[in-house]
Design a protein around this ligand. Sequence first.
Ligand code: DOR
Ligand code: ZN
Length: 420
Amino acid sequence: MLDLVLRNATLPEGRVADLSFQNARLVHIGSAGRSDQEIDCTGLLCIPAATDIHVHMRGGSQSAKEDWRTGSMAALAGGVTMVVDQPNTIPPLLNQERYLERVREAKKDSLCSFAINGGISPGVDPLPLWRAGAMAFGEIFAAPSSYGDALTLEELKQALHEVHAFGAPATIHAEEVSPGTPDSLLAHHHIRSPEGEVRSLQLIRDILPPGMRPHICHISSPASLPVAPGSKEVTPHHLFLSIEQFTPDDTFARVNPPLRPESERQALFAAWDSIDIIASDHAPHTRGEKAVAFADAPSGLPGVETMLPLLMNEVRKGTITLSSVIEKTSVAPCRVLGILPAGFAPDQRHDFAFYPMQAESIRSENLHSRCGWTPYEGMVGVFPELVIQYGEVAYYHSEYAGIPGRYLAGRGYQVGEQIQ
Ligand code: DOR
Ligand code: ZN
């Protein structure tokens, strides 16, 4: 008797097959025997679940925005089984004690797998965080952002050399900020301009330690793609949202780097093949925090739950290929981090999401982030019906199995006395 059988799933290459699971592993693809737990997956497209390498799960004193429970619920309901949390928490993750506290918080509450990055601050040795299990360092702020102080170029150079010396991945938030306080989305776009993003990336390229391939977060302009060193991340909001879609001073669309004019958004989408990774930069703020003058509003918007639905809708329409979505949301993120990818092979992570390939309207009341709003309200997405995590049902028809998410430590993790 098998533990779990998923009948008649459509695999990425189009074949229809049963998936058999035993001891939380995918053991057979093809006609299955019997199981007490069988799910009819007729008409559902099964793909390796996504790894979102850029989320801000909040928690702690920021729990009114989000915490690990609601953030991981949003992830699973969006076909994401693994997230990488950013260290710009309050207080930031700059020492082992704080880092391990964060891991404990996530272990207690997260329903999806997770890794946690270490923070960078001038004068703070990053090695203890690497030993404590940091997956990577950053996002390192080359420009200030919400809850992130900028490093000077010299400090950034020093930090990149330090983390490269022990072989840790570095992820960089590259922007250039002109003086001024923005009072509209357009002003925000000019203050943190696409040209400034390019200049910032050029400066970063010149200070990299030899051989280092950093990960560049949330590239917002097509002109940045050929300039960026290392792996190139783009967010769903820069692919699907533009300034013209909002009223001029809509704070809910304020994000760093900013949304761009529609023509720029279209050009970024047209550069799809040059993008390595899609990651959400899920950065929820409460409605109350956003309900202030534009100049005072925090930057950031939620996105982990809508990332795959927006992309799968493009696959449904034929704009982008299914294989490119799997590559940019599942394969490449794991390759960049050096972690086991999700997939069908015996030695892979058996995490899958099953999509009905029918479009539905994105409605904030159907989403799970505690912030309770989405910038994609009324747009169309394809949401997964079923999500398998480590060979077990984690989410099915809007219900959660409640299995705790697993923690993945980075390559530098050492079980030492000091971090017990
Ligand atoms: O808009 C943003 N919000 N960009 C960032 O880099 C940080 C984020 C946040 O944490 O709110
Ligand atoms: Zn960022």
